[in-house]
Design a protein around this ligand. Structure first.
Ligand SMILES: Cc1cc2nc3c(=O)[nH]c(=O)nc-3n(C[C@H](O)[C@H](O)[C@H](O)COP(=O)(O)O)c2cc1C
Length: 191
C-alpha cells in the first residue's frame, strides 16, 4: 500500500507537519510505503483557467505539478496536512488543489474513470482559534480536491487552539492520536 503525504503549510516543521510526520510513522508501522511532498518546495503556478484541460484532460502549464499528478493518481491513500489560513488552506496548498482541475476535467468532462475506486483521502489540520466552524471551509475544499483526484474522503483529524510553532507538541495526546490514526486507517484499508 502506497501512502502519499502532502505537507501543505508554508511553515516548515510546524504543527500540521508534526502531525503528518506522526501519521506517516503510524502508516509505516502498519506496513505501508510512504512518500511525501512539500507544497512549499514545489514551483507550481496557479491555474489560469485557460480551459485547455476541458478538451485534453491535461494541464497546459508545464511546471513541477507535472510530477505531482502521477503521485496523486497512484497513491492508495492521500493525506493532506494543512493549517487554517482565513478559514481555508494556505495558498501554497491551494495552488496545488486548483491545478487538479485537469483531473476534474478528465473525470467529469471527458468521463475518464480515475484509477481503482478503493483509494482514500484524509485531512489533517490545526487552527489558532477555538471557532466551532473554523475547519468547515477547508474540509469542503479538501473533499472536492479528493473527489477530483478519485479518492474517497475518509475523514479528518483537526486541532483547535494550536497557534505557535511547536504548540502541538504540548498537546496531551495529539501526536499519539495522529500516529494511531495513520496506523488504523492503513490497517482498515488492508483488511
Ligand atoms: C495568514 C494566517 C491566517 C490564519 N488564519 C486563521 C484562521 O482563519 N483561523 C484560525 O483559527 N487560525 C488561523 N491562523 C493560525 C494558524 O492556523 C495556526 O497558527 C496553525 O497552528 C498553523 O499551523 P502550521 O504550524 O502547520 O503552519 C492563521 C495564521 C496565518 C499565518
Amino acid at each position: 500500500m502506497k501512502v502519499l503525504g502532502i505537507y501543505g503549510s508554508p511553515r516548515r516543521k510546524g504543527n500540521t507537519a508534526v502531525l503528518l510526520d506522526q501519521f506517516l510513522k503510524g502508516a509505516q508501522a502498519a506496513g505501508a510505503q510512504t512518500e511525501s511532498i512539500h507544497a512549499i518546495d514545489l514551483k507550481i503556478s496557479p491555474c489560469i483557467e485557460c480551459n485547455d484541460c476541458l478538451k485534453t484532460g491535461e494541464c497546459s502549464i508545464k511546471d513541477e505539478m507535472t510530477e505531482v499528478y502521477p503521485k496523486l493518481l497512484s497513491a492508495d491513500l492521500v493525506v493532506l496536512a494543512a493549517p487554517i489560513f482565513f478559514y481555508n488552506i494556505p495558498a501554497q496548498a491551494k495552488v496545488l488543489v486548483d491545478r487538479v482541475q485537469a483531473l476534474w476535467s478528465r473525470k467529469y468532462i471527458l468521463k475518464k474513470k480515475p484509477p481503482n475506486g478503493h483509494r482514500r483521502g484524509f485531512f489533517i489540520s490545526a487552527a489558532g482559534t477555538k471557532g466551532e466552524r473554523v475547519f468547515d471551509g477547508a474540509i469542503l475544499t479538501v473533499k472536492y480536491f479528493f473527489d477530483a483526484i478519485g479518492v474517497k474522503y475518509d475523514g479528518e483529524l483537526v486541532f483547535r487552539r494550536i497557534g505557535t510553532k511547536g504548540e502541538i507538541e504540548k498537546h496531551p495526546d495529539a501526536l499519539p492520536q495522529a500516529f494511531e490514526t495513520g496506523q488504523a486507517l492503513v490497517k482498515k484499508m488492508q483488511s
